[in-house]
Design a protein around this ligand. Structure first.
Ligand code: GRF
Length: 215
């Protein structure tokens, strides 16, 4: 049985589209049940509709508190029988109660090699720090921002003359390969959270793909 996945977005939704594309394969262990945006005009909502995926705007501004917004998201996820949640450019911090309730069942992608460069503008942070390699990370969501146990990472070179935008584009191409891979690991039961750590069943994390120069 394919795991039913809810994707949370706030913007353009290119990672959402990459997950949706991967999920079209008959042997992919997850299906996209719903895409939810906290921003009603997020381009990703239209993109989901065009891909034939149920989509819903839940405007956080319409709710009096973080908890009330999270409750609305919870109700929408439950109504679709969602078992796993994937954050894909979702720009809201969740209440600790929500994050704890979904612990081990919520993934996020972040465009840096965590634990370096958490939070906003990670590509600019990487350039300011002068690193020569950056990349992206898929991790389980915990109440603390960008800090959950790591499921998969991809390394991306920093080029001389990179701007935050050129680096972001290069990392984004890697994100679109890494996120479907990480969701597959979790949805198939090959990766799971236990005792605060990610456990992986052999065969382990495809190092050739994760460090491929083609990324
Ligand atoms: C991605 O770089 C993601 O890692 C970060 O926000 C960006 C979202 O892009 N959290 P998109 O909406 O998936 O195109």
């Amino acid at each position: 049985m394919k795991k039913r996945v809810g994707i949370l977005i706030s913007g353009r939704g290119s990672n959402m589209a990459a997950l949706a594309e991967a999920a079209r394969a008959a042997d992919y262990p997850a299906e996209i049940a719903i895409v939810i945006s906290n921003r009603p005009h997020a381009p990703g909502l239209e993109r989901a509709r065009q891909a034939g995926i149920k989509s819903l705007a839940i405007d956080h501004k319409a709710y009096p508190s973080r908890e009330a917004f999270d409750d609305a998201v919870e109700a929408a996820l439950r109504a679709e029988g969602v078992e796993l949640v994937a954050h894909a450019g979702f720009m809201r911090i969740q209440s600790a109660a929500f994050a704890t309730r979904w612990l081990g069942r919520q993934l996020n992608i972040h465009p840096s090699l965590l634990p370096a460069f958490k939070g906003l503008q990670p590509q600019k942070q990487a350039l300011d720090a002068g690193v020569l390699i950056s990349g992206c990370t898929v991790h389980f969501v915990t109440p603390e921002l960008d800090s959950g146990p790591i499921i998969a990472q991809a390394a991306v070179p920093v080029h001389a003359g990179d701007s935050p935008e050129t680096l972001a584009d290069r990392i984004l191409a890697a994100e679109h390969r890494l996120y479907p891979h990480a969701l597959r690991l979790v949805a198939s039961g090959a990766a799971w959270l236990e005792g605060g750590k990610v456990h992986l069943k052999a065969p382990a994390n495809q190092p050739d793909f994760l460090f491929s120069p083609k990324l």
